[in-house]
Design a protein around this ligand. Structure first.
Ligand code: DMJ
Length: 532
């Protein structure tokens, strides 16, 4: 089961209870007035706000624009950028009120999943998006909520990975963007709560942790009691920052030790199996994936190097070696000319690519100019091919939204054939790749593809209370799942916004995005102290 398909932290749009039909007539009228005022404001914003109004200034942002507008930008890019950002802002504005309970009438509908039961995921995951989109009033309200309500002292079992990428990552970004001490304090406090997860014979952390008792365990479905590569391998960026901000070396030591354990192991064909037993330090089943269960491990090797101001040479080598093994063993081209990344099961290929795997286009583009043997051109081509394949997986559906997984066998290409792989849960990976490809190539097709996604999201996913996933992207009318994942606000909307922003808005030389799209600053050389 892919990690991110576990539907962890979500907010439920709850179209029924959000309906104003239960209100009295006067309340209906007031609501209508407020709503129409809001719509007018949004349209006003579309037409009158200066394009430059979105640009933040300050230490983490270059002050002047680096990109000359081409005629394509002028014809398409400018209106698209403004429209996209304003459409997203207007909608997320309403959503935010709904899901955080700031709207007095509508109440909190934060969905609490059984194993991942920390309250406030949508709020914390959305903090930096609000800040980046300059929604400062909502950001202030969310800050207040964090100050008075975000509490980690509970008897609850949480996913170490999900809490790290969404809560620790979200709090760290909010701190670095706003400078508000409360976020630093809460991030470090939460980081400390996660430390007992590392109490295993190898130091490879448990997947699940009871925050009160400090007792950990692994997912019962994971091969032979194993920890998951994409989970224990996606702590590095946040933990390095926790050490930076707290002055405590143990956060960094915990994640550097994970590398040590991995370095000692033989890798089949140079590949990293998804399962590793934290007691024995041995691999479980030899399943390899750049999608669910594996994905962000590879992403964090590259980003560890970039975030260390390119001083973490070990991270760099591990990433490029892994990529080489992936290219050799997993990357294939279909007879129709589409490049895809297959899954590997004990040496046999399953010709299926997950929506999650589509993030790899962006990752490969991001790492393209640092690799050995001057492979920049080759890696950029590979990234562009993956972006094209993922776009095809959208284009070949009725709704122009991508399925959870698509196949290249049985006579199909980039199409989901199994009913349980046809859903779309507002995932960001394809848009994430468009954003990176746009930044590195300025090929207008990436903005065009992003715009197609905006239109499809508006047409098929927008519901009264927010946005909802759909159960079958090949159907003509949407069957909503009535769930809005917290990553929709954290990632999907943020990457769309950045796709239509200037390059100096969170420039890559200063910022690295964690796997939940929370920007973390590069730790400048003079501050870096990699602990071996
Ligand atoms: C996000 O929670 C993160 O991007 C994670 O790494 C896997 N994917 C989901 C969104 O699809």
């Amino acid at each position: 089961m892919p990690v991110a398909s576990l539907l962890p932290f979500t907010a439920t749009p709850n179209r029924k209870s959000a309906s104003p039909t239960s209100f009295r007539l006067t309340e209906k009228f007031i609501l209508l007035l407020v709503f129409s005022g809001f719509i007018t404001l949004c349209f006003g914003a579309i037409f009158f706000l200066p394009d430059s109004s979105k640009l933040l200034s300050g230490v983490f942002f270059r002050s002047s624009s680096v990109e000359a507008e081409t005629s394509v930008h002028l014809n398409l890019g400018f209106p698209l950028r403004v429209l996209t950002s304003k459409v997203c802002i207007c909608c997320s504005h309403g959503l935010f009120a709904l899901f955080t309970g700031f709207s007095p009438r509508q109440g909190i509908r934060v969905h609490i999943s059984k194993a991942l039961s920390l309250k406030g995921a949508t709020i914390v995951d959305a903090l930096d998006t609000l800040y980046i989109m300059e929604m400062y009033d909502e950001f202030e309200a969310a800050t207040e909520w964090v100050e008075s309500n975000l509490d980690f002292n509970m008897n609850a079992e949480i996913s170490v990975f999900e809490v790290n990428i969404r809560f620790v990552g979200g709090l760290l970004s909010a701190y670095y963007l706003s400078g508000k001490e409360v976020f630093r304090r809460k991030a470090v406090e939460l980081g400390e709560k996660l430390l007992p997860a590392f109490k295993t014979p190898t130091g490879i952390p448990w997947a699940l942790l009871n925050l009160k008792s400090g007792i950990g365990r692994n997912w019962p479905w994971a091969s032979g009691g194993s920890s998951i590569l994409a989970e224990y391998g996606t702590l590095h960026l946040e933990f390095m920052h926790l050490s930076e901000l707290s002055g405590r070396p143990d956060f960094a030591e915990k994640v550097m030790n994970i590398r040590k354990v991995l370095n000692r192991l033989d890798k089949p064909q140079g590949l990293y199996p998804n399962y590793l037993n934290p007691n024995s330090g041995q691999w479980g089943q030899h399943h390899v994936s750049v999608g669910g269960l594996g994905d962000s491990f590879y992403e964090y090797l590259l980003k560890a190097w970039l975030m260390s101001d390119k001083t973490d040479e070990e991270g760099k080598k591990l990433y490029y070696d892994a990529l080489q093994a992936i290219e050799k063993n997993l990357i294939r081209k279909s007879s129709g000319g589409l490049t895809y990344i297959a899954e590997w099961k004990g040496g046999l290929l399953e010709h299926k690519m997950g929506h999650l795997t589509c993030f790899a286009g962006g990752m490969i583009a991001l790492g393209a100019d640092g690799g050995p043997d001057d492979k920049t051109g080759h890696q950029m081509e590979l990234a562009a091919e993956i972006a094209r394949t993922c776009h095809e997986s959208y284009a070949r559906t009725s709704m122009k939204l991508g399925p959870e997984a698509f196949r290249f066998d049985g006579g199909v290409e980039a199409i989901a054939t199994r009913q349980n792989e046809k859903y779309f849960i507002l995932r960001p990976e394809v848009i994430e790749t468009y954003m990176y490809m746009w930044r590195f190539t300025h090929d207008p097709k990436y903005r065009q593809w992003g715009w197609e996604a905006v239109q499809a999201l508006e047409k098929y996913c927008r519901v009264e209370g927010g946005y909802s996933g759909v159960r079958d992207v090949y159907a003509n009318t949407p069957n909503h799942d009535d769930v809005q994942q917290s990553f929709y606000l954290a990632e999907t909307l943020k990457y769309l916004y950045l796709l239509f922003s200037d390059d100096d808005h969170l420039p890559f030389e200063h910022w690295v995005f964690n796997t939940e799209a929370h920007p973390l600053p590069v730790i400048k050389k003079q501050n870096v102290e990699i602990r071996h």
